[in-house]
Design a protein around this ligand. Structure first.
Ligand code: COA
Length: 331
């Protein structure tokens, strides 16, 4: 077996990398989240990201790719961290492929002074965490589960008419501002403040990560990179009295696909308790209904004890399909 570093700007390597990822998702988590080839390709074909560097590996046996890994290294924040994804094709498991890939991951971590590595792992409903291959593999390599989230899915089209009355109160005090790829200039400062608040507020359990501070440069860099492969939909609530932003919610639609990813939803602390979260999510859902009728489900992840968000999601009809574990190892 050989572990090679691959260049996803090479067409064949890019396709093979994506094929391995797809095979593993369909095998391990049939109802799982998947990006589209188009969103993956557009993301990786961009110039280097000043905020994050990614190294991609493949394990090759007799010319065939049997597993892949990606090591993401934040460059301007969290410089102690390595974000790892590692998958092995089902037919090649328990033959040391995962271990060999991880040995190279460890070398990359050491070369770049990374002392914490973390990996996301999904366990389907009804399967005990301890019995899943990822958990066993992780434990063998010294990882422990430090944070969990429910993976929730809402099938579309969804009937949410019962929520419109509940959020009507918010509508009289706030107006909903919508945008897509680019936040309007006049909202940038408040949007950056909310994104920073989100990074601080979102529950992350025992994960060894520092909250990112958003400034205009980070926001604009992220927006222009994201728009290549994804269609973003952002709703923000602006208080009519004084123009102060009270919260936002973001969806991301992989280009060329039929799924939607629900990303951040935040209501700023002093604006909580007015069903603003519901009003924001209704606004983004309405854009999907109107402009993207081909989308058949929304996927999101929420911490089990985040009662406000769990309640909002349940009101919309989201149901749990899997449990996400953040596994972490510190050297
Ligand atoms: C988890 C995964 C990467 C393991 O890959 P692999 O190539 O089968 O792993 P290895 O053969 O190198 O196994 C290394 C050790 O992990 C442990 N292990 C791995 N899979 C196991 C399983 N199904 N049951 C029990 N122990 C397991 C064993 O200790 C094994 O050593 P051993 O075979 O000498 O006993 C693979 O099952 C996979 O791709 N799963 C889906 C994606 C995933 O969960 N990725 C996140 C990993 S944290």
């Amino acid at each position: 077996m050989e572990i090679i570093e691959i260049d996803v700007r090479n067409d064949a390597a890019r396709r093979e990398f994506f094929a391995v990822e797809q095979e593993v998702i369909h095998h391990d988590l049939p109802d799982g989240w998947e990006r589209t080839y188009e969103s993956f390709e557009k993301s990786v074909l961009q110039p280097d990201n000043p905020y994050r560097r990614a190294t991609r590996l493949a394990a090759v046996v007799d010319g065939a790719w049997v597993g892949t890994a990606e090591v993401g290294l934040p460059l301007k924040d969290n410089t102690h961290l390595a974000e790892v994804e590692l998958v092995v094709r089902p037919h090649a498991r328990r033959t040391g492929v995962g271990r060999a890939l991880f040995a190279r991951v460890e070398e990359i971590c050491a070369e770049h002074g990374r002392t914490t590595s973390c990996v996301e792992m999904h366990v389907p409903r009804g399967v005990a965490f301890e019995s899943s291959p990822g958990a066993r593999f992780g434990r063998t390599l010294g990882f422990e589960s430090v944070h969990q989230e429910d993976h929730l899915v809402l099938d579309l089209p969804a009937d949410v008419s019962h929520l419109e009355a509940a959020s009507a109160g918010a509508g009289s005090a706030y107006e909903i501002v919508l945008w897509g790829e680019r936040c309007p200039d006049e909202h940038v400062a408040q949007f950056c403040a909310m994104r920073t608040q989100m990074a601080n507020d979102v529950p992350t359990g025992e994960m060894d990560i520092e909250a990112v501070v958003f400034d205009e440069e980070r926001l604009r860099t992220g927006e222009s990179r994201l728009a290549q492969g994804w269609i973003p939909i952002v709703a923000a609530a602006r208080r009519r009295d004084d123009g102060v932003m009270g919260g936002y919610s973001m969806l991301m639609l992989p280009r060329g696909g039929d799924l939607v990813l629900q990303d951040d939803t935040l209501v700023m602390p002093e604006h909580r308790g007015h069903r603003l979260g519901t009003a924001l999510k209704l606004a983004t859902l309405e854009v999907v209904r109107r402009e993207h009728p081909e989308r058949r489900a929304i996927h999101t992840w929420t911490e089990p004890d985040n009662h406000a968000m769990q309640r909002t999601n349940a009101d919309f009809g989201f149901t749990p399909r899997a449990r996400l574990h953040e596994l972490q190892r510190q050297s």
